[in-house]
Structure formats: C-alpha cells, structure tokens
Design a binder for this molecule. Structure first.
Ligand code: FES
Length: 88
C-alpha cells in the first residue's frame, strides 16, 4: 500500500525555500537544509529555537513550556500544517 505525503513549502524571509512533510519537525528540516538556527533542548523547554511565524499554520508535537510571543513558534517541536514563512 502506498501512502502519499503532503508536502509543504517552507520559506525563510529573505532566504531559501524548500519542501517539507509533516513527518519532520521544522527544526529538523532547517538543519537538513543547512540553515543556521539556535537550539538547545529540542523539546520545547528552553525557547532557544524561537522564530517568527510570518504566515501559515503549525502544530506542536508536544506541549511547549517555553514562553513565546503570539507571533513566534518553536521549530524544535512543530510541524507545518500549511505552507509557512518564517523569520529566523
Ligand atoms: S530548542 Fe529548546 S525550545 Fe526549541
């Protein structure tokens, strides 16, 4: 049985764009693309990876504990639900 994975376009403001599937966190995708991003815990605790979500929707794989602003996300524990644009 074959399974079709929906791909999402991930764009970095003033930077590159690439395709992602919901299988990977945005942090894993950014690393795979060689895009530099700060991180530490990789589990939503520290907030080191925070970045601005300019457009699009994401979902959290775990309940994050780090405080973030309304327009920020934690790529270490989010997957893209739609095409997204991020500012890092
Ligand atoms: S790396 Fe710690 S919250 Fe993302």
């Amino acid at each position: 049985m074959s399974e079709t994975k929906q791909t999402r376009s991930i764009s970095i403001a003033n930077g590159p764009s690439f395709l992602s599937t919901p299988d990977n966190t945005l942090l894993a995708d950014l690393e795979a693309q060689g895009i530099p991003i700060e991180y530490h815990c990789r589990e939503g605790y520290c907030g080191a990876c925070r970045c601005k979500l300019i457009s699009g929707e994401v979902d959290y794989t775990v309940d994050p504990l780090a405080f973030i602003d309304d327009d920020e996300i934690l790529p270490c524990c989010t997957v893209a639900l739609t095409d997204v644009v991020l500012a890092i």
